[in-house]
Design a protein around this ligand. Sequence first.
Ligand code: AHR
Length: 510
Amino acid sequence: MKLKALAAIGLLCATTQLSAKTLKVDIAIDANQTGAVINKDIYGQFAEHLGRGIYEGVWVGEDSAIPNTRGFRTDVLEALRDIKVPLVRWPGGCFADEYHWREGIGPRQDRPVKVNTHWGGVEEPNSFGTHEFFEFVELLGADAYVNGNLGSGSVREMAEWVEYMTGEKGSTLANERRANGREEPFKIAYFGIGNEAWGCGGNMRPEYYADLYNQYATFLKTPEGKKPKFVASGGHTEDTTWTDVLSKNIDSNIDGISYHFYTLPNSDWDHKGRAIKFTEQEWFDTMERTYRMDEYVRANIATLDKNDPDGNIGLYVDEWGTWYDPEPERDPGFLYQQNTLRDAVVAAVNFNIFHQHAERVTMTNIAQMVNVLQAMILTDKEKMVLTPTYHAYGMYKVFQDATSVQFSLKTDQYKQGKKSVPGVTASVARGKDGKLHLALVNLDPLNDAAIALSVKGAKVNRAVGQVLTAQAMDTRNTFTQPNNIAPTAFEASLDDLTIPAKSVLVVELK
Ligand code: AHR
Protein backbone atom coordinates (compact mmCIF):
# COMPACT_ATOMS: atom_id res chain seq x y z
CA MET A 1 0.00 0.00 0.00
CA LYS A 2 2.83 2.40 0.96
CA LEU A 3 4.69 1.56 -2.25
CA LYS A 4 1.54 2.23 -4.25
CA ALA A 5 1.18 5.63 -2.61
CA LEU A 6 4.79 6.54 -3.41
CA ALA A 7 4.34 5.42 -7.00
CA ALA A 8 1.24 7.57 -7.21
CA ILE A 9 3.09 10.61 -5.91
CA GLY A 10 5.81 9.97 -8.52
CA LEU A 11 3.20 9.86 -11.24
CA LEU A 12 1.65 13.09 -10.03
CA CYS A 13 5.04 14.85 -10.17
CA ALA A 14 5.49 13.68 -13.75
CA THR A 15 2.09 15.07 -14.61
CA THR A 16 2.90 18.36 -12.90
CA GLN A 17 6.06 18.80 -14.98
CA LEU A 18 4.07 18.24 -18.16
CA SER A 19 1.49 20.83 -17.19
CA ALA A 20 1.69 23.86 -19.51
CA LYS A 21 0.36 26.38 -17.00
CA THR A 22 -1.13 26.00 -13.57
CA LEU A 23 -4.71 27.04 -12.88
CA LYS A 24 -5.09 29.26 -9.84
CA VAL A 25 -7.87 28.46 -7.43
CA ASP A 26 -8.80 30.13 -4.12
CA ILE A 27 -11.03 28.27 -1.69
CA ALA A 28 -12.11 29.70 1.65
CA ILE A 29 -13.92 27.28 3.94
CA ASP A 30 -15.86 28.29 7.02
CA ALA A 31 -16.31 25.08 8.97
CA ASN A 32 -18.65 26.81 11.43
CA GLN A 33 -21.23 27.54 8.73
CA THR A 34 -23.17 24.44 7.77
CA GLY A 35 -25.95 24.00 5.21
CA ALA A 36 -28.21 21.27 3.89
CA VAL A 37 -27.64 17.58 4.46
CA ILE A 38 -26.52 15.84 1.26
CA ASN A 39 -29.13 13.12 0.97
CA LYS A 40 -27.48 9.75 0.36
CA ASP A 41 -30.06 9.13 -2.37
CA ILE A 42 -28.20 11.60 -4.58
CA TYR A 43 -25.97 8.56 -5.17
CA GLY A 44 -28.85 6.42 -6.50
CA GLN A 45 -28.56 4.13 -9.52
CA PHE A 46 -30.85 3.27 -12.41
CA ALA A 47 -31.35 -0.34 -13.60
CA GLU A 48 -33.63 -0.71 -16.62
CA HIS A 49 -34.54 -3.78 -18.65
CA LEU A 50 -32.25 -2.58 -21.40
CA GLY A 51 -29.46 -4.44 -23.18
CA ARG A 52 -27.38 -6.36 -20.64
CA GLY A 53 -28.26 -4.07 -17.75
CA ILE A 54 -30.34 -6.65 -15.90
CA TYR A 55 -29.82 -9.94 -17.73
CA GLU A 56 -26.12 -10.91 -17.49
CA GLY A 57 -25.30 -7.61 -15.72
CA VAL A 58 -27.18 -8.41 -12.52
CA TRP A 59 -29.25 -11.54 -13.00
CA VAL A 60 -27.77 -14.77 -14.36
CA GLY A 61 -30.09 -17.27 -12.66
CA GLU A 62 -29.27 -19.90 -10.05
CA ASP A 63 -28.08 -22.47 -12.61
CA SER A 64 -25.52 -20.19 -14.26
CA ALA A 65 -21.84 -21.12 -14.38
CA ILE A 66 -21.16 -17.50 -13.38
CA PRO A 67 -20.78 -17.45 -9.57
CA ASN A 68 -24.03 -16.15 -8.18
CA THR A 69 -25.98 -15.60 -4.98
CA ARG A 70 -29.49 -16.93 -5.53
CA GLY A 71 -29.24 -15.97 -9.21
CA PHE A 72 -27.57 -12.56 -8.77
CA ARG A 73 -23.94 -12.18 -9.90
CA THR A 74 -21.83 -12.31 -6.76
CA ASP A 75 -19.03 -10.16 -8.24
CA VAL A 76 -21.47 -7.38 -9.16
CA LEU A 77 -23.22 -7.55 -5.79
CA GLU A 78 -19.93 -7.24 -3.93
CA ALA A 79 -18.68 -4.37 -6.09
CA LEU A 80 -21.92 -2.42 -5.67
CA ARG A 81 -21.93 -2.97 -1.93
CA ASP A 82 -18.43 -1.48 -1.76
CA ILE A 83 -19.63 1.85 -3.14
CA LYS A 84 -22.65 1.82 -0.81
CA VAL A 85 -25.38 2.08 -3.44
CA PRO A 86 -28.24 3.66 -1.47
CA LEU A 87 -31.10 3.35 -3.98
CA VAL A 88 -31.96 1.56 -7.23
CA ARG A 89 -34.62 2.69 -9.72
CA TRP A 90 -36.36 -0.09 -11.69
CA PRO A 91 -37.77 -1.32 -14.18
CA GLY A 92 -37.33 1.75 -16.44
CA GLY A 93 -37.16 4.27 -18.12
CA CYS A 94 -39.18 3.83 -21.27
CA PHE A 95 -39.50 0.14 -20.39
CA ALA A 96 -41.54 1.02 -17.29
CA ASP A 97 -44.46 2.28 -19.36
CA GLU A 98 -44.75 -1.06 -21.13
CA TYR A 99 -44.14 -3.19 -18.06
CA HIS A 100 -47.00 -5.24 -16.67
CA TRP A 101 -46.05 -6.41 -13.21
CA ARG A 102 -48.17 -9.57 -13.23
CA GLU A 103 -45.92 -10.97 -15.98
CA GLY A 104 -42.97 -10.89 -13.60
CA ILE A 105 -44.32 -12.84 -10.61
CA GLY A 106 -44.90 -16.53 -9.90
CA PRO A 107 -42.85 -19.53 -11.10
CA ARG A 108 -40.26 -18.27 -13.58
CA GLN A 109 -40.89 -21.00 -16.14
CA ASP A 110 -44.53 -19.90 -16.38
CA ARG A 111 -43.86 -16.21 -16.96
CA PRO A 112 -44.71 -14.87 -20.42
CA VAL A 113 -41.93 -13.97 -22.83
CA LYS A 114 -42.42 -10.51 -24.29
CA VAL A 115 -40.52 -8.42 -26.83
CA ASN A 116 -38.66 -5.43 -25.49
CA THR A 117 -39.93 -2.97 -28.10
CA HIS A 118 -37.86 -0.06 -26.82
CA TRP A 119 -34.51 -1.68 -26.51
CA GLY A 120 -33.26 -3.88 -29.33
CA GLY A 121 -36.49 -5.83 -29.91
CA VAL A 122 -35.07 -8.70 -27.89
CA GLU A 123 -37.00 -11.31 -25.95
CA GLU A 124 -37.81 -10.30 -22.38
CA PRO A 125 -38.20 -13.47 -20.34
CA ASN A 126 -39.58 -11.69 -17.26
CA SER A 127 -37.28 -13.83 -15.07
CA PHE A 128 -36.32 -10.70 -13.16
CA GLY A 129 -39.56 -9.37 -11.69
CA THR A 130 -40.85 -7.79 -8.51
CA HIS A 131 -39.52 -10.42 -6.09
CA GLU A 132 -36.12 -10.57 -7.77
CA PHE A 133 -35.82 -6.77 -7.73
CA PHE A 134 -36.53 -6.51 -4.01
CA GLU A 135 -34.25 -9.43 -3.22
CA PHE A 136 -31.52 -7.69 -5.21
CA VAL A 137 -31.83 -4.35 -3.39
CA GLU A 138 -32.03 -6.12 -0.04
CA LEU A 139 -28.82 -8.01 -0.85
CA LEU A 140 -27.22 -4.66 -1.69
CA GLY A 141 -28.53 -2.98 1.45
CA ALA A 142 -30.18 -0.38 -0.78
CA ASP A 143 -33.66 1.13 -0.98
CA ALA A 144 -36.13 0.54 -3.79
CA TYR A 145 -37.43 3.05 -6.30
CA VAL A 146 -40.19 1.39 -8.33
CA ASN A 147 -41.41 3.11 -11.48
CA GLY A 148 -45.05 2.39 -12.34
CA ASN A 149 -46.65 2.11 -15.77
CA LEU A 150 -48.91 5.05 -16.50
CA GLY A 151 -48.38 5.07 -20.28
CA SER A 152 -49.91 1.70 -21.22
CA GLY A 153 -51.23 0.48 -17.86
CA SER A 154 -54.30 1.44 -15.89
CA VAL A 155 -55.08 2.98 -12.52
CA ARG A 156 -56.25 -0.41 -11.35
CA GLU A 157 -53.07 -2.21 -12.49
CA MET A 158 -50.85 0.30 -10.72
CA ALA A 159 -52.96 0.32 -7.54
CA GLU A 160 -52.94 -3.47 -7.40
CA TRP A 161 -49.17 -3.61 -7.84
CA VAL A 162 -48.75 -1.25 -4.89
CA GLU A 163 -51.14 -3.37 -2.82
CA TYR A 164 -49.36 -6.59 -3.85
CA MET A 165 -46.01 -5.15 -2.73
CA THR A 166 -47.07 -3.42 0.48
CA GLY A 167 -50.25 -5.14 1.72
CA GLU A 168 -50.13 -6.23 5.37
CA LYS A 169 -53.62 -7.64 5.81
CA GLY A 170 -55.07 -10.86 4.45
CA SER A 171 -56.18 -9.44 1.10
CA THR A 172 -56.05 -11.76 -1.88
CA LEU A 173 -53.23 -9.70 -3.41
CA ALA A 174 -51.13 -9.71 -0.25
CA ASN A 175 -51.75 -13.46 0.07
CA GLU A 176 -50.65 -13.94 -3.52
CA ARG A 177 -47.35 -12.26 -2.62
CA ARG A 178 -47.05 -14.62 0.36
CA ALA A 179 -47.80 -17.61 -1.85
CA ASN A 180 -44.99 -16.41 -4.13
CA GLY A 181 -42.56 -16.64 -1.24
CA ARG A 182 -42.62 -13.27 0.49
CA GLU A 183 -44.39 -13.11 3.83
CA GLU A 184 -43.36 -9.57 4.84
CA PRO A 185 -44.44 -6.63 2.69
CA PHE A 186 -41.77 -5.09 0.49
CA LYS A 187 -40.56 -1.64 1.42
CA ILE A 188 -40.82 0.93 -1.39
CA ALA A 189 -38.87 4.13 -0.79
CA TYR A 190 -39.97 5.96 -3.96
CA PHE A 191 -42.74 5.21 -6.46
CA GLY A 192 -42.69 6.87 -9.89
CA ILE A 193 -46.02 7.48 -11.63
CA GLY A 194 -44.96 7.09 -15.26
CA ASN A 195 -41.75 8.12 -16.99
CA GLU A 196 -40.98 10.76 -19.63
CA ALA A 197 -44.68 11.37 -20.23
CA TRP A 198 -43.63 13.97 -22.84
CA GLY A 199 -42.07 11.17 -24.95
CA CYS A 200 -41.87 7.40 -24.68
CA GLY A 201 -44.25 7.49 -21.71
CA GLY A 202 -47.21 8.60 -23.82
CA ASN A 203 -46.40 11.82 -25.75
CA MET A 204 -48.60 13.89 -23.45
CA ARG A 205 -48.97 17.56 -22.64
CA PRO A 206 -47.98 18.43 -19.07
CA GLU A 207 -51.53 19.58 -18.27
CA TYR A 208 -52.96 16.23 -19.33
CA TYR A 209 -50.29 14.30 -17.44
CA ALA A 210 -50.92 16.39 -14.29
CA ASP A 211 -54.59 15.38 -14.38
CA LEU A 212 -53.67 11.73 -14.85
CA TYR A 213 -51.12 11.96 -12.05
CA ASN A 214 -53.75 13.30 -9.66
CA GLN A 215 -56.09 10.49 -10.63
CA TYR A 216 -53.49 7.69 -10.31
CA ALA A 217 -52.01 8.98 -7.06
CA THR A 218 -55.47 9.05 -5.47
CA PHE A 219 -55.77 5.28 -5.74
CA LEU A 220 -52.26 4.22 -4.67
CA LYS A 221 -52.97 3.07 -1.11
CA THR A 222 -50.49 1.69 1.36
CA PRO A 223 -50.72 0.73 5.04
CA GLU A 224 -50.25 3.55 7.55
CA GLY A 225 -46.67 4.81 7.60
CA LYS A 226 -45.61 2.76 4.56
CA LYS A 227 -46.30 5.30 1.85
CA PRO A 228 -43.37 5.72 -0.53
CA LYS A 229 -42.36 9.11 -1.81
CA PHE A 230 -44.46 9.73 -4.93
CA VAL A 231 -42.60 10.95 -8.00
CA ALA A 232 -44.25 12.86 -10.85
CA SER A 233 -42.54 12.50 -14.20
CA GLY A 234 -41.18 15.89 -15.22
CA GLY A 235 -39.21 17.55 -17.97
CA HIS A 236 -35.73 17.45 -19.37
CA THR A 237 -32.75 19.48 -20.54
CA GLU A 238 -33.41 23.27 -20.56
CA ASP A 239 -37.19 22.95 -20.33
CA THR A 240 -38.91 24.08 -17.13
CA THR A 241 -42.50 23.91 -18.39
CA TRP A 242 -43.10 20.48 -16.92
CA THR A 243 -41.80 21.50 -13.52
CA ASP A 244 -43.97 24.62 -13.69
CA VAL A 245 -47.22 22.95 -14.81
CA LEU A 246 -46.86 19.96 -12.49
CA SER A 247 -45.99 22.02 -9.42
CA LYS A 248 -49.00 24.28 -10.11
CA ASN A 249 -51.50 21.51 -10.80
CA ILE A 250 -50.54 18.77 -8.38
CA ASP A 251 -50.79 19.91 -4.82
CA SER A 252 -51.03 16.80 -2.76
CA ASN A 253 -49.69 13.27 -3.02
CA ILE A 254 -46.42 14.46 -4.49
CA ASP A 255 -42.92 14.37 -3.02
CA GLY A 256 -40.81 15.13 -6.05
CA ILE A 257 -40.75 15.92 -9.74
CA SER A 258 -38.31 14.00 -11.86
CA TYR A 259 -35.96 15.71 -14.26
CA HIS A 260 -33.71 14.14 -16.94
CA PHE A 261 -30.59 15.54 -18.51
CA TYR A 262 -28.05 13.53 -20.48
CA THR A 263 -24.57 14.75 -21.39
CA LEU A 264 -23.81 14.31 -25.09
CA PRO A 265 -20.54 15.70 -26.44
CA ASN A 266 -22.71 17.59 -28.96
CA SER A 267 -26.39 18.22 -29.60
CA ASP A 268 -26.80 15.84 -32.55
CA TRP A 269 -28.45 12.63 -31.34
CA ASP A 270 -27.40 10.83 -34.56
CA HIS A 271 -23.72 11.71 -34.08
CA LYS A 272 -23.25 12.13 -30.37
CA GLY A 273 -19.52 11.49 -30.28
CA ARG A 274 -17.30 8.57 -29.32
CA ALA A 275 -16.83 7.12 -25.86
CA ILE A 276 -13.08 6.63 -26.50
CA LYS A 277 -10.41 8.10 -28.79
CA PHE A 278 -11.94 11.56 -28.63
CA THR A 279 -10.19 14.89 -29.13
CA GLU A 280 -9.54 17.61 -26.58
CA GLN A 281 -12.33 19.60 -28.26
CA GLU A 282 -14.73 16.73 -27.50
CA TRP A 283 -13.47 16.59 -23.91
CA PHE A 284 -14.14 20.32 -23.58
CA ASP A 285 -17.57 20.05 -25.23
CA THR A 286 -18.50 17.24 -22.84
CA MET A 287 -17.45 19.35 -19.84
CA GLU A 288 -19.24 22.43 -21.15
CA ARG A 289 -22.44 20.48 -21.75
CA THR A 290 -22.38 18.56 -18.47
CA TYR A 291 -21.82 21.77 -16.54
CA ARG A 292 -25.16 23.00 -17.93
CA MET A 293 -26.69 20.76 -15.27
CA ASP A 294 -26.03 23.63 -12.86
CA GLU A 295 -27.97 26.16 -14.94
CA TYR A 296 -30.83 23.73 -15.64
CA VAL A 297 -31.17 22.63 -12.02
CA ARG A 298 -31.14 26.29 -10.90
CA ALA A 299 -33.90 27.13 -13.40
CA ASN A 300 -36.06 24.22 -12.21
CA ILE A 301 -35.44 25.11 -8.57
CA ALA A 302 -36.40 28.75 -9.23
CA THR A 303 -39.66 27.46 -10.73
CA LEU A 304 -40.29 25.29 -7.69
CA ASP A 305 -39.43 28.13 -5.32
CA LYS A 306 -42.16 30.16 -7.02
CA ASN A 307 -44.87 27.47 -6.98
CA ASP A 308 -43.84 25.57 -3.87
CA PRO A 309 -42.26 28.15 -1.55
CA ASP A 310 -42.43 25.79 1.44
CA GLY A 311 -40.07 23.39 -0.30
CA ASN A 312 -42.30 20.32 -0.16
CA ILE A 313 -41.48 19.12 -3.68
CA GLY A 314 -38.02 17.77 -4.40
CA LEU A 315 -36.24 17.95 -7.74
CA TYR A 316 -35.26 14.36 -8.50
CA VAL A 317 -32.69 14.08 -11.30
CA ASP A 318 -33.60 10.47 -11.86
CA GLU A 319 -31.76 10.09 -15.18
CA TRP A 320 -28.43 11.71 -15.93
CA GLY A 321 -25.00 10.81 -17.29
CA THR A 322 -23.07 10.57 -20.55
CA TRP A 323 -24.58 9.17 -23.73
CA TYR A 324 -22.24 8.44 -26.65
CA ASP A 325 -22.56 6.75 -30.04
CA PRO A 326 -23.00 2.99 -29.77
CA GLU A 327 -19.94 0.87 -30.50
CA PRO A 328 -20.09 -0.10 -34.20
CA GLU A 329 -19.96 -3.85 -33.60
CA ARG A 330 -22.71 -3.90 -30.95
CA ASP A 331 -26.51 -3.79 -31.00
CA PRO A 332 -27.30 -0.05 -31.03
CA GLY A 333 -30.44 -0.71 -28.97
CA PHE A 334 -28.32 -1.94 -26.04
CA LEU A 335 -26.70 1.45 -25.30
CA TYR A 336 -23.43 -0.17 -24.27
CA GLN A 337 -20.51 2.27 -24.12
CA GLN A 338 -16.99 2.35 -22.72
CA ASN A 339 -16.25 4.56 -19.78
CA THR A 340 -13.09 6.61 -19.34
CA LEU A 341 -11.46 9.13 -17.04
CA ARG A 342 -13.67 11.72 -18.79
CA ASP A 343 -16.77 9.98 -17.39
CA ALA A 344 -15.37 10.02 -13.86
CA VAL A 345 -14.74 13.76 -14.16
CA VAL A 346 -18.30 14.24 -15.50
CA ALA A 347 -19.68 12.27 -12.53
CA ALA A 348 -17.74 14.35 -10.01
CA VAL A 349 -18.73 17.65 -11.68
CA ASN A 350 -22.36 16.58 -11.31
CA PHE A 351 -21.94 15.44 -7.69
CA ASN A 352 -20.54 18.87 -6.85
CA ILE A 353 -23.52 20.52 -8.58
CA PHE A 354 -26.03 18.30 -6.75
CA HIS A 355 -24.34 19.06 -3.42
CA GLN A 356 -24.71 22.80 -4.10
CA HIS A 357 -28.47 22.29 -4.50
CA ALA A 358 -28.87 19.66 -1.82
CA GLU A 359 -31.93 21.32 -0.33
CA ARG A 360 -34.12 20.56 -3.38
CA VAL A 361 -32.05 17.91 -5.14
CA THR A 362 -32.50 15.09 -2.69
CA MET A 363 -32.41 12.15 -5.07
CA THR A 364 -30.73 11.32 -8.38
CA ASN A 365 -30.11 8.17 -10.40
CA ILE A 366 -27.24 7.87 -12.83
CA ALA A 367 -28.09 6.09 -16.08
CA GLN A 368 -27.30 3.30 -15.71
CA MET A 369 -25.84 0.88 -13.21
CA VAL A 370 -24.37 -2.02 -15.26
CA ASN A 371 -23.54 -2.35 -19.01
CA VAL A 372 -25.74 0.57 -20.10
CA LEU A 373 -24.69 4.20 -20.81
CA GLN A 374 -22.48 5.68 -18.03
CA ALA A 375 -22.18 2.44 -16.12
CA MET A 376 -20.43 1.60 -12.88
CA ILE A 377 -19.67 -1.89 -14.08
CA LEU A 378 -19.14 -3.61 -17.44
CA THR A 379 -19.44 -7.36 -17.83
CA ASP A 380 -18.47 -9.83 -20.52
CA LYS A 381 -19.95 -13.18 -19.54
CA GLU A 382 -18.02 -14.20 -16.40
CA LYS A 383 -15.67 -11.19 -16.55
CA MET A 384 -16.34 -7.87 -14.85
CA VAL A 385 -14.55 -4.50 -14.86
CA LEU A 386 -15.06 -1.49 -12.65
CA THR A 387 -15.22 1.76 -14.59
CA PRO A 388 -13.67 5.13 -13.69
CA THR A 389 -17.24 6.28 -12.89
CA TYR A 390 -17.49 3.45 -10.35
CA HIS A 391 -14.34 4.78 -8.70
CA ALA A 392 -15.75 8.32 -8.55
CA TYR A 393 -18.80 6.92 -6.70
CA GLY A 394 -16.52 5.01 -4.35
CA MET A 395 -14.46 8.09 -3.54
CA TYR A 396 -17.51 10.28 -2.96
CA LYS A 397 -19.34 7.87 -0.65
CA VAL A 398 -18.15 9.92 2.35
CA PHE A 399 -20.59 12.61 1.16
CA GLN A 400 -23.64 10.40 1.64
CA ASP A 401 -25.76 12.06 4.35
CA ALA A 402 -22.92 14.48 5.12
CA THR A 403 -23.71 18.06 6.12
CA SER A 404 -22.68 20.75 3.64
CA VAL A 405 -20.08 23.19 4.86
CA GLN A 406 -19.96 26.69 3.40
CA PHE A 407 -17.10 27.75 1.18
CA SER A 408 -16.32 30.24 -1.53
CA LEU A 409 -14.40 29.32 -4.65
CA LYS A 410 -12.60 31.52 -7.17
CA THR A 411 -11.08 29.64 -10.07
CA ASP A 412 -9.39 30.20 -13.41
CA GLN A 413 -11.57 29.04 -16.25
CA TYR A 414 -10.94 26.19 -18.65
CA LYS A 415 -11.51 27.78 -22.07
CA GLN A 416 -11.90 26.78 -25.69
CA GLY A 417 -12.61 29.58 -28.14
CA LYS A 418 -15.34 31.79 -26.71
CA LYS A 419 -16.65 29.19 -24.31
CA SER A 420 -15.45 28.39 -20.83
CA VAL A 421 -16.24 26.35 -17.74
CA PRO A 422 -14.77 26.63 -14.24
CA GLY A 423 -11.36 24.99 -14.16
CA VAL A 424 -12.09 23.45 -10.78
CA THR A 425 -15.29 22.71 -8.88
CA ALA A 426 -15.54 21.54 -5.28
CA SER A 427 -17.60 20.20 -2.40
CA VAL A 428 -17.01 20.52 1.32
CA ALA A 429 -18.99 18.66 3.95
CA ARG A 430 -18.81 17.29 7.47
CA GLY A 431 -19.30 13.54 7.14
CA LYS A 432 -21.46 11.35 9.34
CA ASP A 433 -18.08 10.27 10.72
CA GLY A 434 -17.52 13.86 11.96
CA LYS A 435 -14.63 14.37 9.55
CA LEU A 436 -14.19 17.35 7.25
CA HIS A 437 -14.18 16.20 3.62
CA LEU A 438 -13.11 18.15 0.56
CA ALA A 439 -13.71 17.06 -3.04
CA LEU A 440 -12.07 18.78 -5.98
CA VAL A 441 -12.39 18.11 -9.66
CA ASN A 442 -10.07 19.58 -12.25
CA LEU A 443 -11.94 19.79 -15.56
CA ASP A 444 -8.88 20.96 -17.50
CA PRO A 445 -7.17 18.02 -19.23
CA LEU A 446 -3.81 19.80 -19.62
CA ASN A 447 -3.20 21.99 -16.62
CA ASP A 448 -2.74 21.22 -12.96
CA ALA A 449 -4.49 23.42 -10.43
CA ALA A 450 -2.81 25.09 -7.45
CA ILE A 451 -5.31 25.41 -4.60
CA ALA A 452 -4.86 28.24 -2.11
CA LEU A 453 -6.98 26.98 0.75
CA SER A 454 -7.99 28.79 3.90
CA VAL A 455 -10.05 27.11 6.62
CA LYS A 456 -11.89 28.94 9.39
CA GLY A 457 -13.36 27.05 12.33
CA ALA A 458 -11.22 23.90 12.13
CA LYS A 459 -7.58 23.22 12.91
CA VAL A 460 -6.35 21.43 9.81
CA ASN A 461 -3.11 21.40 7.88
CA ARG A 462 -3.09 18.24 5.75
CA ALA A 463 -5.19 16.73 2.99
CA VAL A 464 -5.25 12.95 3.03
CA GLY A 465 -7.28 10.81 0.69
CA GLN A 466 -7.37 9.61 -2.89
CA VAL A 467 -6.96 10.94 -6.40
CA LEU A 468 -8.22 9.53 -9.68
CA THR A 469 -6.27 10.56 -12.76
CA ALA A 470 -4.24 9.16 -15.67
CA GLN A 471 -2.02 10.27 -18.53
CA ALA A 472 -4.56 9.93 -21.33
CA MET A 473 -8.00 11.54 -21.38
CA ASP A 474 -9.62 8.28 -22.45
CA THR A 475 -7.84 5.97 -20.00
CA ARG A 476 -10.18 3.10 -19.26
CA ASN A 477 -10.38 -0.34 -17.78
CA THR A 478 -10.88 -3.23 -20.18
CA PHE A 479 -11.49 -6.95 -19.79
CA THR A 480 -7.84 -7.60 -20.63
CA GLN A 481 -6.49 -4.68 -18.59
CA PRO A 482 -9.00 -4.20 -15.76
CA ASN A 483 -6.69 -2.13 -13.54
CA ASN A 484 -5.52 0.63 -15.87
CA ILE A 485 -7.21 3.28 -13.77
CA ALA A 486 -8.11 3.27 -10.09
CA PRO A 487 -7.82 5.78 -7.25
CA THR A 488 -4.39 6.15 -5.66
CA ALA A 489 -3.35 7.52 -2.31
CA PHE A 490 -2.90 11.28 -2.06
CA GLU A 491 -1.39 13.33 0.71
CA ALA A 492 -0.37 16.99 0.75
CA SER A 493 0.18 19.86 3.09
CA LEU A 494 -2.54 22.51 2.81
CA ASP A 495 0.21 25.09 2.13
CA ASP A 496 1.14 23.23 -1.00
CA LEU A 497 -1.97 21.68 -2.49
CA THR A 498 -1.81 21.06 -6.22
CA ILE A 499 -4.13 18.73 -8.04
CA PRO A 500 -3.32 17.16 -11.38
CA ALA A 501 -4.96 18.01 -14.69
CA LYS A 502 -8.14 15.97 -15.42
CA SER A 503 -8.52 14.58 -11.96
CA VAL A 504 -10.98 13.83 -9.20
CA LEU A 505 -9.74 14.20 -5.65
CA VAL A 506 -11.46 13.42 -2.35
CA VAL A 507 -9.54 14.13 0.83
CA GLU A 508 -10.10 14.46 4.51
CA LEU A 509 -8.82 17.75 5.93
CA LYS A 510 -6.85 16.85 9.05
O1 AHR B 1 -31.76 5.57 -19.99
C1 AHR B 1 -32.23 5.26 -21.26
C2 AHR B 1 -33.56 5.93 -21.59
O2 AHR B 1 -33.39 7.31 -21.62
C3 AHR B 1 -34.68 5.73 -20.60
O3 AHR B 1 -35.35 4.54 -20.80
C4 AHR B 1 -35.58 6.89 -20.89
O4 AHR B 1 -36.34 7.28 -19.77
C5 AHR B 1 -34.62 7.97 -21.37
O5 AHR B 1 -35.06 8.58 -22.52
